[in-house]
Design a protein around this ligand. Structure first.
Ligand SMILES: Cc1ncc(COP(=O)(O)O)c(C=O)c1O
Length: 450
C-alpha cells in the first residue's frame, strides 16, 4: 500500500485563494451565465447548404447525379491527403465496412484497445470476427503496442488502433507489428479529425481510416454519418459496393445486382451538405481553439497530482475529449481510494460548474458482449483486472471534459474551468477526507449492477 503520510503537495498561487467551495455554499468558479461552449455551431451557411438540398436536389445518395456525397468525399480525401474517401451512414458503419473490405470475417481476430467506445469492438463482431484486446499506455490512453503484440496469435487478421480523444496512436510501432504479422491496420479515427503524426493526418496512417460525424464530434453532421479514407484503389471500389447492397458503383443507372452480401450503409445528402459546409470552417476552428485549450492544460499541469494529456513529439492532438487523471499516491491517498477520489472531485468540480464526467465506465473486454464465451462473470472480471491494469485504473480514476471546449470561442469558459480546478485544489484536505470516507463504485460494481 502507498505511504499516505509523507505527501504534502504544494498548490500554486491561484486567483481563487481563500474562496469557499460551491459545494459548501460558496460562489461557483464558473458563473452560470458565461458564454461559450456551444457545439456544434450552426451558421447560416450550414442552413443554406441543407436548404439547397431540400429544395433542389435528390434526397437520397443512390439517386443518379446526386452531388453532395461526392463533394464531401473529395474534400475529405484532400484534407486527409488520401486518394479516396467513402461517405457512409455512421462511424460504426465506417469501421464495419473498412474491416469487411480488408477481408475480415468469421474466424478472424482483430486487436482493439481495451479503452475505447464500444462501437470499435462491435464493428469487428458485426463483420463476423472477434475483438481481442490490448491494454493502453498510461500517458496517451492509446493502444500499447507491446500489449497489442501479446494479444496477437495465428488468427490475428488486422489491428484496429483508436486515436483516442484525438491523439494519434503509436502508429510506427503498430506498423512494425502489422508488417511482421502481414495484416492491415484500420484506424479508428472517429475522435481524431485533423490530428497529425509526423505531418500526416489521421486517416492516412493505415490501410483505411474511419471517422464519425456524430454531431458531438470535431467535424459534425446533422444526424449521423461516417467517412472512410484509403489510398487503396481496390479497397475503395469494394467500399463503394459494400455501402450499397454489394452493387457495383452506379454508372448512369443503378444495376440492382448484388455481387456480395451487404446492407444499405449510405449517408444522407442533407447530412453530407451540412458536413461539407462545416468543413469550410474546420481548420479555422481548430486553429482558434488551440490556444485556449493549451492555456487550460498548462494551468492544470501546475496542479500537483493531476495528470494532463501527454502528447509525444511528432504528434498533434485534435482535442476531442480532455481526460484528466488524478494520481491518488501523489495526493496522499492509496490506490484503494482511486474511485473515491474520482467521485469526490466529480462532485466538487460539478458544483463549481465544471462539467466533468466519466467517459467509458468499464474496460471493453469486461462488457458481457465481449467476454470469452462460457467464462463466468467472476473469472472474466478477474482476467480483465489482471490483463488490462492500465485501462482498469484509468476508467476508475479519471474524469473527462467533453464537447464544450470544441467551441473556438470557449477560451474564457476554459479559464473559469481552470479557476474551478485551482479552487478545488486549495481544498485537498476535504477532497482526501471525502475520498476516504465515501468509496465509490468501480467498474466491477458498475458491471455487476448491469
Ligand atoms: C472511438 C469511436 N469509435 C467509433 C465511434 C462510432 O461512431 P458513430 O457514433 O458515428 O457510429 C465513436 C463515436 O462515438 C467513437 O468515439
Amino acid at each position: 500500500m502507498a505511504d499516505t503520510r509523507t505527501v504534502t503537495p504544494t498548490v500554486p498561487p491561484t486567483r481563487t485563494r481563500g474562496a469557499e467551495l460551491a459545494l459548501l455554499g460558496g460562489d461557483r468558479a464558473v458563473p452560470k451565465d458565461i458564454a461559450g461552449g456551444d457545439w456544434p455551431i450552426v451558421t447560416t451557411d450550414d442552413e443554406r447548404a441543407v436548404l439547397r438540398v431540400l429544395r433542389d436536389q435528390p434526397l437520397n445518395a443512390a439517386s443518379p447525379g446526386e452531388p453532395e456525397i461526392g463533394r464531401l468525399e473529395a474534400a475529405w480525401a484532400e484534407h486527409t491527403g488520401t486518394r479516396h474517401c467513402v461517405a457512409v451512414a455512421s462511424g460504426t458503419v465506417a469501421l464495419h465496412l473498412a474491416l469487411r473490405g480488408c477481408g475480415i470475417g468469421p474466424g478472424d481476430e482483430v486487436v482493439v484497445p481495451a479503452l475505447t467506445m464500444n462501437a470499435t469492438a462491435h464493428a469487428v463482431h458485426a463483420a463476423g470476427g472477434t475483438a481481442v484486446f490490448g491494454d493502453i499506455e498510461p500517458g496517451t490512453y492509446n493502444l500499447d503496442p507491446r500489449s497489442a503484440a501479446e494479444a496477437t496469435g495465428p488468427r490475428t487478421a488486422a489491428l484496429l488502433p483508436v486515436h483516442l480523444h484525438g491523439l494519434p496512436a503509436d502508429m510506427p510501432a503498430l506498423h512494425r507489428l502489422a508488417t511482421r504479422l502481414g495484416v492491415p491496420i484500420v484506424e479508428d479515427a472517429a475522435q481524431a479529425h485533423g490530428a497529425r503524426l509526423e505531418g500526416r493526418r489521421a486517416g492516412a496512417l493505415g490501410t483505411a481510416g474511419c471517422f464519425s460525424l456524430h454531431p458531438h464530434k470535431n467535424l459534425p453532421t446533422c444526424g449521423e454519418g461516417g467517412l472512410i479514407t484509403t489510398d487503396d484503389d481496390d479497397l475503395h471500389e469494394q467500399l463503394v459496393g459494400l455501402r450499397n447492397f454489394g452493387e457495383h458503383a452506379p454508372a448512369e443507372t443503378r444495376s440492382y445486382i448484388s455481387h456480395r452480401a451487404a446492407f444499405n450503409a449510405r449517408m444522407a445528402p442533407v447530412a453530407a451538405a451540412f458536413t461539407h459546409s462545416q468543413l469550410a470552417r474546420f481548420d479555422d476552428y481548430a486553429r482558434r481553439r488551440e490556444p485556449g485549450i493549451r492555456a487550460f492544460v498548462d494551468r492544470l499541469a501546475q496542479l500537483p497530482g493531476l495528470r494532463v494529456p501527454l502528447i509525444p513529439s511528432g504528434r498533434t492532438h485534435a482535442w476531442h475529449i480532455l481526460r484528466l487523471m488524478p494520481q491518488p499516491e501523489a495526493l496522499g491517498l492509496g490506490p484503494e481510494h482511486r474511485t473515491g477520489l474520482r467521485a469526490a472531485l466529480h462532485r466538487v468540480l460539478r458544483a463549481e460548474g465544471v462539467p466533468v464526467s466519466q467517459y467509458q465506465v468499464a474496460p471493453l473486454p469486461a462488457h458481457p458482449a465481449f467476454r470469452p464465451a462460457g467464462m463466468s462473470e467472476a473469472d472474466a472480471l478477474d482476467r480483465v483486472a489482471e490483463r488490462f491494469p492500465v485501462t482498469a485504473a484509468v476508467v476508475d480514476g479519471s474524469l473527462c471534459l467533453q464537447r464544450r471546449h470544441l467551441d473556438p470561442a470557449a477560451g474564457p469558459l476554459l479559464e473559469r474551468y481552470a479557476d474551478g480546478f485551482e479552487k478545488v485544489w486549495q481544498h485537498l484536505d476535504l477532497i482526501r477526507q471525502m475520498a476516504r470516507s465515501r468509496p465509490a463504485p468501480g467498474w466491477r460494481e458498475v458491471l455487476r449492477k448491469g
